[in-house]
Design a protein around this ligand. Sequence first.
Ligand code: GLV
Length: 332
Amino acid sequence: MNRQSILVTREIFPEVLDKLRTHFSVEANQEDVAWSLEQICERAKGKAGLLTSGGERIDAGLLEQCPDLKIVANTAVGFNNFDLDAMTACGVLGTNAPDVLTETTADFGFALLMATARRIGESEQYIRAGKWSRGRIDFFAGSDVHGSTLGILGMGRIGQAIAKRGAHGFGMKVLYNNRSQLESHLEQACSASFVSKEKLLREADHLVLVLPYSAQAHHCIGEAELSLMKPTANLINIARGGVVDDAALAHALREKKIAAAGLDVFEGEPSVHPDLLAVPNIVLTPHIASATIRTRKAMAHLAADNLIGYLVQGKPLTPLNPQVLQRCSGND
Ligand code: GLV
């Protein structure tokens, strides 16, 4: 019997590739060449599945040219690279990689919060530049984390894991805003209170963004929202570029409308807005919140298991548009 063909668009752990090769004929990109969308599309033709990193746009244009495609498995929890409606219309299943990265990403959100509040990036650069001689009494004085108010915008699994760290580890008061209020047992587990977005902006000492990107979430933190925040507040973005208006944020940081920012994601990344690079009160990291070896392996295995689960056993693990499955089983 002919093996089904799949395409792996970016370098992946060899053990995951080996697992895929026991089931499929695999075209892989182990050299991690930066394929253009056209090149991905060309290579995806005739493939039953794609394993994507989370950056490759999967839209009607690609789907039209790849009628054999049945599934695209992202190795990311976010899936704003998918046009899910177009995929559903074409009967193509999308899967993501939730859960396995929750705690690791929450650790990183908290690390970025602490680095921002305690000015670790700035002070590290100061030493490297050979500038350290004597410190004044307010030398790199930042803001306290313990006992302060933690605001969380987007209270999914990662938001809740950050809330637990804040409430139980650092005695923080935790406020959150989300599309919908959590069930009370979930709120209690992370000692968090639901508030309006305006109250969240006004009261948070440290505001962490963890909401998924969508057209509605685009620039949900812009000039108006930043102007509601305390001048002593810190903003942390581990959600997605585009959730924050980066130009407005750079302006707010320059004008000291807020104290500092910690950013792991950027509009148009890997490019970073030049005004953000020019302000000192910022910690910048290159989209690495889920990046521990153990978690990245777990994400890659989950994406591979989704491909195997769907194409070989008919049962994906984390489907995003299960309508496609119902339609398939309805056709049996
Ligand atoms: C990372 O940003 C992810 O969505 O997994």
